[in-house]
Write a protein of this length. Structure first.
Length: 182
């Protein structure tokens, strides 16, 4: 029969092993590999009938994976230029096997669904890996975003009356809070 002391010692060893595993996962890859820098993924359906894509030499390359799972590191709006005109984008940084930067239009359904889901999560949920999955809309130009924590789908509906400034502020503040607490 296991004593309480033996059980506590086993749990302490398990905790140390988990800490070692997390430390190993956060270190950069050593040796030869192809995962340098950030992988920027564009989240829209404008190119090649795909849901999201990267650019190689200015040409869209479809991302065939149906989901991205990792730790949410940053959520911010940036002003960029597309086709010579200023525009605003939502940039979402996810740490996984490397850093991924998801870029979507600031007022797209993808961005709204992502912001709404993130704003609805607790601190405890946000420190866990999240899964982001693009989902096509009925219209060929519409792309939605599904957010999961483990096998739990985050339902965060929004309407035309949603206060997007407040939703965005809440989501961005929540992500900043998890970064300052870690």
């Amino acid at each position: 029969m296991t004593t309480d002391t033996e059980l506590l010692q086993a749990l302490a060893r398990q905790e140390e092993l988990l800490k070692s595993l997390l430390a190993a996962l956060s270190k950069p890859k050593l040796g030869l590999h192809n995962d340098t820098g950030i992988c920027k993924i564009y989240c829209n359906r404008q190119h090649n009938n795909c849901l999201w894509y990267t650019l190689t030499n200015g040409e869209p390359v479809p991302v065939n994976a149906t989901a991205l799972t990792g730790y949410l590191k940053e959520l911010k709006f940036e002003q960029t230029s597309r086709r010579g005109k200023p525009c605003h984008k939502l940039s979402t940084t996810i740490a996984a096997d490397r850093l991924y930067l998801l870029e979507s239009g600031h007022d797209t359904h993808f961005s709204k669904a992502l912001l709404s889901a993130i704003a609805s999560l607790t601190h405890e949920q946000l420190i866990q890996p999240i899964t982001i999955s693009p989902a096509p809309g009925d219209d060929e130009s519409v792309l939605f975003c599904r957010v999961w924590i483990g096998s739990y789908y985050i339902k965060a509906p929004y309407t035309e009356d949603t206060d997007w400034k407040q939703t965005a502020k809440t989501a961005i503040a929540a992500v900043k809070a998890i970064q300052t607490s870690s």
